[in-house]
Design a protein around this ligand. Structure first.
Ligand code: HEM
Ligand code: HEM
Length: 206
């Protein structure tokens, strides 16, 4: 194997395509769509579907895309830090140990954002008639039965909504920070190891 080939890592198309579509969806919801608007919610559902595909791929995909290939561990992360200090480079078939920590941190953040987003937005109705009508009837029934209980219920759900909104926003801000560190890590690793990690993730490669 030539030196150049040895430096090359190949990510399969599912990893590459899900990476860039997730990145685009995050970018869209962070700076283009209006918070809580219909486009924001639809981009959000798209993001949830793509992430689900990538996570499924972590169980059934090719060896280097599987969770077992880059399961994070403090021991491996510390060994990796020592390598950085001593200037030695180990070639990892999958994400390197610090990169793996970052990948799981980003995924966890995305899952919190998706869960709180869906809890706020609800599951989209298949048809208008299927949702609105029934919901209105249910509210009317509530009105007739117990007015005070309804009021208390509204306050509780208002507080729950606030918690969801706060959690959604904090997780989004944490995600932005992780993404900056992620990009810095990619550039650092490219310089340090000489591996073209960005080329391996390029959506244009076959
Ligand atoms: C919203 C922005 C982004 C998010 C949420 C994100 C998230 C992720 C995630 C979750 C992975 C793991 C991929 C997998 O195994 O499926 C990853 C890998 C990677 N990302 Fe990003 N990313 C973003 C932006 C970027 C940008 C702008 C670059 C270019 C500098 C980049 C370069 C890479 C590379 C090269 C890898 C592979 C690292 C390795 O070889 O171990 N990412 N990213
Ligand atoms: C990574 C992707 C996402 C980012 C960066 C993001 C970011 C945000 C931000 C910053 C807000 C404003 C929070 C506030 O006003 O306190 C917001 C609101 C909202 N987001 Fe997202 N979001 C994302 C994904 C989602 C998803 C997946 C859904 C649902 C499917 C969703 C549904 C909502 C809703 C319903 C609101 C309105 C909350 C309210 O003011 O009542 N978002 N989002």
């Amino acid at each position: 194997m030539t030196e150049a080939a040895a430096k090359q890592r190949r990510w399969d198309p599912v990893v590459r395509i899900t990476h860039w579509t997730i990145a685009l969806a995050v970018l869209a919801n962070a700076i283009i769509t209006e918070d809580g608007s219909a486009p924001h919610i639809w981009v959000g559902y798209g993001l949830a579907a793509i992430l689900a595909l990538r996570l499924l791929w972590g169980l059934v995909g090719p060896a280097e895309a599987r969770f077992v290939a880059f399961w994070p561990s403090p021991r491996k992360a510390i060994a990796h830090l020592r390598e950085i200090r001593s200037g030695t480079v180990t070639r990892h078939a999958s994400h390197n140990p610090l990169g793996a920590l970052m990948v799981f941190a980003i995924w966890s953040c995305l899952l919190v954002i998706i869960a709180t987003g869906i809890a706020m937005a609800g599951v989209p109705p298949l048809t208008d008639a299927a949702s609105g009508g029934e919901q209105r009837v249910a509210y009317e029934d509530e009105e007739r039965t117990d007015h005070d209980a309804e009021h208390a219920g509204e306050e509780a759900s208002g507080e729950a909504d606030e918690v969801l909104e706060e959690t959604h926003e904090v997780a989004a801000n944490l995600l932005y920070l992780l993404i900056l560190l992620h990009i810095a890590g990619v550039l650092f690793e490219t310089r340090r190891s000489g591996r073209q990690v960005l080329v391996a993730m390029s959506p244009l490669r076959r």
